[in-house]
Design a protein around this ligand. Sequence first.
Ligand SMILES: [Zn+2]
Length: 111
Amino acid sequence: MQEQFSATPRTTPTRELRGLALHRERGHEIEHIGKGVYSVPGCSGGSYRVDLAVFDGEQSCSCPDRAPVCKHIICATIYRAKSRAKARREQHQRAASRATRGNLAPLAASL
Ligand SMILES: [Zn+2]
């Protein structure tokens, strides 16, 4: 009798990893549709509405996954973290370019 390889338990990737993969592959499709609310692409077409609950309440997603934190929420969290980092970088760059345009006062003040 042949050994059945399918009987070997396969390790399923964690939600975190699937959220990361989703961001890597479809991150450009995420839309920021409101305060803490994002439209995140689903695997089978369409998209889900993710609410990261910036003010109050619990994070939620409109997908059928009943886990408290699904991969779409993780994906939206990564997206938000990255766009915040980007905004901070741009702010620094603007401050730096102001300083090099001759007005060194803000730079001097921050030293
Ligand atoms: Zn979801």
